[in-house]
Design a protein around this ligand. Structure first.
Ligand code: NAD
Ligand code: MG
Length: 396
């Protein structure tokens, strides 16, 4: 029996993980802890269904509501960010890191530091703190299992024992809802249009990231850290069907890839059972029915996110943490109607520029406190830019 904890159990990836655990044969998994940000009803319901030992809600104001929702059970519970950390620290063999954003870094790191098998969906943690995070995993002996579909595909295709034979890796991108949209249409895009992803069903933040393609930018950085590659060996191809999730090109000209229907339960199931395999209810890929698999180069002009992210990765230091923080603020501002869709990239670039001007971005963080400081600074820079844009749009 494998004991598991799910950080971010009420989200898209968290719910898909619960779905697999609940379908698995009796006795395959036992649930140690579940966490959520504020949705105590869904959290408590899930905890009752899987008979979790402990539940944590990050919003300290929801503690009483969680206690209420769990009344009559023996499930222990806590509220506030420290309770989420406690959940990560409980001795589960396997932890799904599916909190969205840099908020997921401290609990994910806690699971890494105790040497767990960590299924990593939370790419932002790796973007902000890549080198320190990977070093923490090496020190503790934690096993990182990539869950992001592209990275999971590459993990399965990557011959770690013969790295010398690997030329490059390729992340595929669906292109999102605005793959063929004009700049005019993108400028007028509403939050509802931006989160309506053509192939994947995901949380709001990553859906907007897919629409801007900053998601692919974050994933380039994620891949560089996970597979220890320079960014010029990490390529991106637009592949609207989302069937081929990632590829590894070898010196002999061969490519290895992983294919499947766009359903996160395949990579989550791969990580849940790793190194074995498990049944999932995912629709089987019917290759005979596939009329077309297409691949295109990225359009940098309409989608500057990946190249902005590459530049931040190359700049190093605190630039990736600033990039991630600024993107989180910009996405939130867009979802709240404060800025337009095309302003997201502008807010991120401005924040990175400001960090560079102040000599802030260049200093490499030598501990996690420096990463958290860079994250806060990036949020401040981006919030200021959002305010400026709001003021000038009101004047106009
Ligand atoms: P989501 O918004 O659906 O869920 C996020 C989860 O995190 C929820 O359980 C929420 O309660 C929790 N949460 C949010 N803010 C929190 C905070 N401050 N403290 C503690 N908990 C908090 O997001 P999602 O789509 O499931 O994505 C989760 C992560 O997985 C993201 O990093 C995303 O990039 C990555 N990912 C998601 C998908 C996907 O298909 N959804 C695919 C690849 C990678
Ligand atoms: Mg992905």
């Amino acid at each position: 029996m494998r004991s598991v904890t799910i950080l971010g159990a009420t989200g898209s990836v968290g719910r898909a993980t619960l779905d697999l655990i609940e379908r698995a044969p009796e006795g395959a998994f036992s649930v140690v802890a579940l966490t959520a940000n504020s949705n105590v009803q869904d959290l408590a319901q899930a905890a009752r269904r899987v008979n979790a030992q402990f539940c944590a809600v990050a919003d300290a104001g929801q503690g009483a509501a969680l206690a209420d929702a769990l009344s009559g059970t023996s499930i222990r519970h806590g509220a506030g960010p420290d309770a989420v950390l406690d959940a990560a620290q409980l001795p589960a063999d396997w932890v799904m890191a599916a909190i969205v954003g840099a908020a997921g870094l401290p609990p994910t790191l806690a699971a890494v530091r105790r040497g767990a098998f960590v299924a990593l969906a939370n790419k932002e943690a790796l973007v902000c703190a890549g080198p320190l995070f990977m070093e923490a995993a090496r020190k503790s002996g934690a096993t990182l299992l990539p869950v992001d579909s592209e990275h999971n595909a590459i993990f399965q295709s990557f011959d770690e024992d013969h790295r010398g034979g690997i030329r490059r890796i390729i992340l595929t991108a669906s292109g999102g809802p605005f793959r063929n949209a004009s700049k005019e249409r993108m400028a007028a895009a509403t939050p509802a249009q931006a989160v309506a992803h053509p192939t994947w069903s995901m949380g709001a933040k990553i859906s907007v990231d897919s629409a801007t393609m900053f998601n692919k930018g974050l994933e380039i950085i994620e891949a560089c850290h996970l597979f220890d590659l320079p960014d010029d060996r990490v390529d991106v191809l637009v592949h609207p069907e989302s069937i081929v999730h990632g590829l590894v090109e070898y010196a002999d000209g061969g490519l290895l890839a992983q294919l499947g229907e766009p359903d996160m339960r395949t990579p989550i199931g791969h990580a849940l059972a790793w190194p074995a395999r498990m049944e999932t209810p995912v629709k089987r890929l019917d290759l005979a029915q596939l009329s077309d698999l297409s691949f295109h180069a990225l359009d940098d002009d309409r989608f500057p996110g990946p190249s902005i992210a590459r530049a931040a990765f190359r700049a190093g230091g605190c630039a990736p943490a600033v990039l991630n923080a600024a993107n989180e603020i910009a996405v939130d501002a867009f979802l709240n109607g404060k800025i337009g869709f095309l302003d997201i990239a502008g807010v991120v670039s401005d924040a990175l520029e400001q960090a560079q001007t102040e000599g802030f971005g260049a200093r490499a963080p030598n501990d996690f406190d420096a990463v958290y400081a860079a994250d806060r600074q990036g949020r401040r820079f981006a919030s200021d830019t959002v305010q400026d844009r709001l003021q000038s749009s009101k004047r106009a």
